[in-house]
Design a protein around this ligand. Sequence first.
Ligand code: NAD
Length: 479
Amino acid sequence: MAKTPITVAYGDGIGPEIMQATLDIILAAGAEIDIEVIEIGEKVYLRGLTAGIEDSSWDSLRRTQVFLKAPITTPSGSGYKSLNVTTRKTLGLYANVRPCVSYHPFVQSKHPNMDVVIVRENEEDLYAGIEHRQTSEVYQCLKIISRPGCEKIMRYAFEYARNNNRKKVTCFSKDNIMKMTDGLFHQVFDEVGADYPEIEKEHWIVDIGAAKLADTPEAFDVIVMPNLYGDILSDVAAQITGSVGLAGSANIGASCAMFEAIHGSAPRRAGQNVANPSGLLLGAVMMLNHIGQGGVASRVHNAWLKTLEDGIHTYDVYKEGKSTRKVSTTEFAQAVIERLDKTPSTLKTVNYPKESKKIDIKITHRPRFKKDLVGVDVFLNWDGEANVIGPLIEACGTEQLKLVVVSNRGVKVYPHGHAETFCTDHWRCRFENPAGKNITHNDILQLLSNVHNAGLDFIKIENLCNFDGVRGYTLAQGQ
Ligand code: NAD
């Protein structure tokens, strides 16, 4: 078999130790790979490269399109960009797949029957990283959710479920509050799900969904989530299987893919030969499947399950009475290598398909809607009371644009606000056409000119539009 080129980064903290263990195991199992090593993380950051990666490393990643990555340490302090977020977004790795499985009775877990796969959207949401300080008191982070972004992740989740014989896909969102962004996520889930009649579908509001996941994870199968909820809840899910050190993850894009452990670089454990390499090893198993070496993936996974069954455990899962030996990272790797021709007796043997079943998502239909500009929200930085700013900004209105409402942190404060409402120095002033007619950019410029002449400090505007006649903005709370 021709060797598949892959890019490897040894990372920081426990990274080099768990990467060596992982490579030793998969090479002993017969993985046909050609390794290109790149340096990423702390050393690169400290050389002054705020992205944590050299330009030349991108060439390797573009060439091999397969990245096996150990965890890295992001130096604290502002100015350093998360390399994980940069890599995912630069390479278009839109789907993050995190299987969270319990290994009862060999690894202690309160949830013996847990077998959940979290499919996390990886490029959008609050992780777009668009943040601004707007006033003395107010900071903003933009939450971006796009229709193609939702379509890609939903189709990926359903295709994953179909390929892996999963019966149900659950969507978590907070669309009772974020009706437009999370609302779109939920809506596209319903739309795409209709193409998969054999798969059960359900939706949970993320708060109660998270509670249910922590309490009764066996109620779930595949869960698809926006970026932030997926980031948080996949750590929770991994931890309740028994150890965060047990879960691997795949970041999948149209051409490239990155495989890693879900945990970080655990700097306090570095250099002691104690870390559990299992998370990265299971990431490598996903990689072997991705590159069409399912036979090797099955050998590695089954030997690893057998090692757990034999009670050979690193410190993080070791339990007196349950485990037979507490082992180091290298001893654990050796124990897996010794079992490469064995299968587990109690845990379920895995048998991956020999060929790669790559999921290829193409978004071909990107509808455009008729957009009507009907108003504008003008945001002001102003120190004072609602009943003072209200009349001042109202006086700036024009024939085309009249003040409708002033809100503070989303709550209506003028006209007819409540004295009890706490106000910051950040005001949203909504103007609309009194006859409900379309307005122009010039109408907005005229309004802004009046605001400027009144000596008011506008910090940004948001246009109010309807799309095919459907309102493209929410009402202020109390409007
Ligand atoms: P962490 O996941 O590195 O470690 C938290 C604790 O979990 C450790 O102290 C250790 O007790 C345990 N642990 C984690 N992995 C283990 C393993 N393989 N074996 C045994 N025990 C393990 O989280 P942290 O301490 O919050 O973060 C440390 C650094 O890692 C930070 O710089 C953070 O930015 C970075 N990080 C990197 C990634 C990544 O590269 N993908 C992900 C998360 C965090």
